[in-house]
Design a protein around this ligand. Sequence first.
Ligand code: TYM
Length: 327
Amino acid sequence: MKRVLSGVQPTGDVTIGNYLGAIKRFVELQETTEPFFMIANLHSWTVSQEPAVLREKTLDVAALYLAVGLDPKRSTIFVQSDVPEHSELAWLLQCMAYFGELGRMVQFKEKSEGKQNVSVGLYTYPVLQAADILLYQADAVPVGEDQKQHLELTRDLAERFNKRFGDTFKVPEPLISEFGARIMGLDDPTKKMSKSAPSPYNRITMSDTPDEIRSKIMKAVTDAENEIRYDPENKPGISNLLTIYSLFSGESVEQLVERFRGQGYGTLKKSLVEVVVSHLAPIQERHRQLRQSGAVLDILKQGAERARAEAAKTLQDVKEKMGLVLR
Ligand code: TYM
C-alpha cells in the first residue's frame, strides 16, 4: 500500500484554500493508502508565535482533521514536535542542502521581502519539510500548488543522499490536483488565499460564522462584466468562485456555468454562500464537540507513538550511514 504524508501549519486559522487544496483530499486518500498526517507546529516558529495561542491552534488543527473525517484507526495523526526525529534529520539534511537552492525558494523570498529580521528558520524551513517527508519513506505527498517547489527540493535532497550513501530514502511524488490546488484570495483573485494575508476579506476560514461567510463572499472582487464564465486568466474572480463552488458541491464547472447562464454575479454569490455554509456547519459542530471532549490529546499521543516508531527506523539508518553511530 502506498504511504502518504502531509501536514498543515497551526499558524492562524485554517482556510477553505487549505481544506480544498489539501485536507479534503487527505480524507479521500485514507481509504486507499497508509497515511501520516501531521500538524506542523515546528514550522510555525519560523515567525514569532504566542505560545498559548500556538498550543490552542495546534489542538484546533488536530480536531479539524478529525472533524472533516480523518479516522485515527486508518490515519496516523500526530504533532510534529512530539517526534524529535524531525528536528534531528532536519539538521543532517541541512548539511546536505546548498545555500543557493534554499535562496531560490519562492516562499522564502515572498515571506522575507521587506522584513528586517528574518529568522534562519524561515530560510531552512523547506529542509525541515523534507525531513518530515523522508523520515516516513512517503511515496506521495498531497499538497496545494504553493508547495511544489518544496517538494522538488525534497526529491533533490533524497536523490543526493541516496547517491552518496546508497538507497536510503524513497523519492516522493507530489500529489497536486489538476483543479483546486490554488484557491485565490477573495479580495484579490490574482494572489492565493492565505492564512496570513493582512485582510480577513482575503479568506474564508473553516471556523467562520454564516454571517462572516456571507459578507466575505458578497464582497468578493470580480470584474466589470456580468457574464458567468470560467476563464481564470481574464476573469480570475468569477473563475475562483466557480472553482470553490464546484469543489464544495461536487458539480462540475460546466454544469454550474450552464445553471447560472444569463444570471448575475449576485445570484451566483448568494447560492455559493448557501453551499459553503451548509458544508461547513456539520464540520464546525463536530469540531466543537471534539474540542470539548478532550479526546484529541489521546489520539495525538497514540499517533506520535506510531509515527516515532517509523521515524526512528529511518533516522537510525541515516545516522549509521553518516558515521554517527559508534556502538
Ligand atoms: P500550509 O499550512 O501553508 O498549508 C497547508 C496545505 O494547504 C495548501 N494550501 C492551499 N491549497 C490550495 N489553495 C490555497 N490557496 C492554499 N493555501 C495553502 C498547501 O499547499 C498545503 O498543502 N509547509 C507546509 C506544511 C508542511 C508540510 C510538510 C506539507 C510541513 N511539513 C510535509 C507536506 C509535507 C505549509 O506550510 O502548509
